[in-house]
Every structure is written in C-alpha cells, then in structure tokens.
Design a protein around this ligand. Structure first.
Ligand code: HAM
Length: 429
C-alpha cells in the first residue's frame, strides 16, 4: 500500500511555512500588546474533560473526537483549546496567584469532520482566553483586538462581526422551552439530527446547516427577548463599548455556536469574500462564565476565542517570500570542507543565513544551486584559495568576483551580507 498522509491532515512544506510563521508572529505580537502570554497544554486530555465541558450532544463530542483507551485512561486528542486551558487554570490554582489572567495559545486541533476546503481533521487554531474579568469591557476589547489583528496585522478585509447573547444559564433554560414550543409542531419537517436535538439540545437546531432546519428556524423566538435585566445590561454594555471603539457588528439572535459552554456574549467573525465557501467563519468565541467552577475551581468568569489558521491563510494576501540564504559556500575539495563548515558556523553566529554545499563535485553545479536558492553571495573555497589564505567571493547578482582574507572573512562577509540583504519578511508589507 502506498502510504499517504491521513485524510484531512495536511503537510506544510517549507515553501508555505513562511506564511504560517508570519501569521503566527503577527498573532503573538498583537495579543501581547493586550497583555496575553502563551500557555502550552497537552494535546491529549481525559475524554471526560471534553464531553462534559463541550457538551455530550454537540457534534464535536458526538461524532468528531479522536478518542481511545490506553494504559487504563480514556483519552482524546484535543478538538479545541478552551477546555484544556481551563483545566490547567484550575489545576494550578492560578486564581490564587493573580486576579486576572490572559492566556494565548497556538497549535493543532483534531476533529473527525468531513474534509472540505477550509475544513480539516487536523487544523490549527490561535486563540486567547481571559479569566477573572466579567466584562463587558473585556468582551468589547477582545472583539476589537481580533478585528484589528485581522485587518491591520494580517491585511484581511471583508470581515463581518456577528454578535449575540445567550444570557446566563437560567435564560438558556427558558429559551430552550421557547424553542421546543416553536419546533415541536413542525417536528416532521426537521432533519433527523434535529429531531433528536429537539429533545436533547434544541438550541443546536438553530446552528444546523440543513436547509430543512434553516427553514424551520425562520420565525423562531429570539433569545434577546428573554434576557434578564443583568444579561441585557451586560449586552448593552458590550455594544456601547464596541460603538465607542468604532467596531461595526451585526446582532444575530440565531447565532448559537457549536459548543455548549457559552454564557452571555457570543461572537463569530465571518468572511464575506466568498473564498472559503461554506467554511466562512474564521473566528469563533464567547463568554463561558461557568466553566471554571464546573471544573471544581472557584467562580471565575471567562471569555475567549479561537481562529482557524488555515482559513485565515487562504484570505491573507500573498507576499512573505521564503527567506533565502544570504551566503552559499562552495568548498571544492575534501580539505576545504572543514574550513567551509567553520566559516558557515562563524557567519551564522553573526546572524547570517548560510548554506554549505556538502555534495562535493563541480563548481558549476554549486553555482547553479546558489543561483536557484537566490543567494546573494557565493563563497568559493578551493585548494588554491586555502594556500593563499583567502576565499573567493562571487556576487551573484552583480557578477563580480573578488577575494577576502580568510582570517577576517566572517566579519567582512557578514557585513556584506547585511548590506545586501533583502528586508526580513515582517517588514515587506
Ligand atoms: P470553534 O468555533 O469550534 O470554537 O472553532 C474556532 C475556529 O476554528 C473556527 O471559526 C474555524 O475558523 C476553525 N475551525 C474549527 N474547526 C475547523 C476544522 N475542522 N478545520 C479548519 N478550521 C476549523 C472553538 O474551538 C472555541 N474553543 C473557541 C473559544 C475559545 N471559545 C472560547 N474560547
């Protein structure tokens, strides 16, 4: 059998990696300005963490998790980052160390969904979680942070912000009853999945992509009418702060999102460019004020979001060419190879990107390789050069050649490489 990558899981080859790095760097720098520091949690967690926090009747838990038993533990490869981060927050009693914590993360997530453009089984998320601030300032600031990252940091336009509030858990229960009353008379017209959801989790019907469910959802009651006073005041506060920040948004009372842990504010960022087809949601998030307590911690409010890196990369403008070696070293004999290695090491220590050709062989082939890589300079080290204590340096763009003394070759060449270097990818916007 020919071995290929697992369906829905992608290789990211070096040619593409520069764009990934640019996005990751922009994300880290941007959220750091808002006070977020990176957390790294395990990719494997106990299955119960996800099934309890995300919700037994969600698609993620019912159909999509990669779960297995090993050494007596029921384990799951994380489908998202929020539950693991919250578990770590509780486990390390972080609330005793600081009243407010701002965490960011970036890494692979796994969901056994049907692969499509922008929908994979291993995909990457960058996200943030904020603990200990009940908002609404925190909610608005987070939404503004995401929008400015997409617009300014990544150069992505055509983004719509959708906003809703689910209220606290009491509101949810009342909304649940209102939805059951709305959908029950038309139960037969719902998809099979939604007929089951009607009993277990009617909110999820609003989230269904099935045209039958979409039709039945028209005219469903709006949760915003059921919010109690405190929830309504919170939502009004979020909107007021967003208005002050000039963030435009659409209030969408049918927005419920596919995970059950949310309370109050919910949001999604959707591209209107059409480039992602049905997978147009690039960021999702919201408040989940009950999770920390649900995990055995104190009552600490929380809000967060995650963005799909593959989806954002599809929308991010091209640019960010792959970084090229500034110097290519071509040793022409065995004796010259060690000297070439030493020069390579010394140049790298001076911050220069260098490749040493270890293949041996003809100069012509080495020069061709240096050209193909886009190197600025090719340093030629032959026996004649070594005897004279010099290195020949060919300027590949200018087609000039000269010699530099080997004794200070690293300093001289590093200075030349820097003078000739193209700007680093981050500055090439
Ligand atoms: P989510 O909406 O499930 O939320 O995922 C967030 C984003 O991850 C989506 O908007 C999408 O861009 C990307 N994504 C999800 N599934 C896939 C997939 N199969 N292939 C490619 N991209 C995908 C969460 O995961 C929550 N943990 C967000 C959150 C953080 N809420 C509070 N804190």
């Amino acid at each position: 059998m020919e071995l290929r990558a697992v369906k829905g899981m992608n290789d990211i080859l070096p040619d593409e990696a520069a764009r990934w790095q640019r996005l990751e760097q922009a994300f880290r720098e941007h959220v750091a300005r808002y006070g977020y520091d990176e957390v790294r949690t395990p990719i494997l967690e106990h299955t119960a963490l996800f099934s309890r926090q995300i919700g037994e009747t969600t698609d993620v838990v019912e159909k999509e998790m990669y779960s297995f038993a090993r050494h007596g533990d029921e384990l799951t490869v994380r489908p998202e980052g929020t539950a693991g981060a919250a578990r770590a927050y509780v486990e390390h009693k972080v609330h005793t160390k600081e009243p407010v914590s701002r965490w960011s993360y970036l890494g692979p997530m796994f969901r056994g969904e049907r692969p499509a453009k922008g929908r994979y089984r291993q995909f990457y998320q960058a996200g943030c979680e904020l603990y200990g601030d009940a908002g609404p300032l925190a909610d608005a600031e987070m939404i503004e942070m995401i929008l400015s990252l997409l617009n300014r940091g990544l150069g992505i336009g055509n983004i719509e912000v959708r906003l809703n509030s689910l209220g606290a858990s009491g509101t949810r229960a009342r909304y649940r009853d209102a939805l059951v009353a709305h959908f029950t008379p038309m139960k037969d017209k719902l998809s099979e999945d939604s007929q089951r959801r009607l009993e277990k989790n009617p909110l999820r019907i609003l989230d269904s992509k099935d045209p039958r469910d979409r039709e039945a959802s028209k005219g469903a009651p709006s949760i915003l009418e059921l919010l109690d006073e405190a929830d309504a005041a919170h939502f009004a506060g979020v909107r007021r702060h967003l208005d002050a920040l000039d963030v435009r948004y659409i209030v969408d009372p049918t927005l419920v999102r596919g995970l059950d842990y949310y309370t109050r504010t919910l949001f999604e960022f959707v591209t209107t460019s059409g480039d992602l087809g049905a997978q147009s949601t690039v960021v999702g998030g919201g408040r989940y004020d009950n999770m920390i307590e649900g995990l055995g911690g104190p009552s600490v409010p929380a809000i967060g979001f995650a963005m799909g890196i593959e989806r954002l990369l599809t929308l991010m403008p091209a640019e960010a060419p792959r970084e090229r070696p500034a110097i290519y070293i071509a040793p022409l004999s065995d004796t010259c190879t060690s000297r070439a290695l030493v020069l390579g090491r010394d140049l790298r220590a001076r911050g220069v990107r260098v490749e040493v050709d270890g293949r041996g062989g003809r100069l012509k082939a080495m020069l061709r390789r240096a050209d193909a890589l886009g190197a600025k300079l090719c340093v030629i080290l032959g026996d004649g050069e070594l005897e004279r204590g010099v290195a020949s340096v060919k300027d590949l763009a200018g087609h000039k050649q000269d010699e530099v003394p080997l004794a200070d070759a690293a300093d001289v060449l590093a200075a030349r490489a820097r003078a000739e270097a193209s700007p680093p990818p981050g500055e090439a916007r």
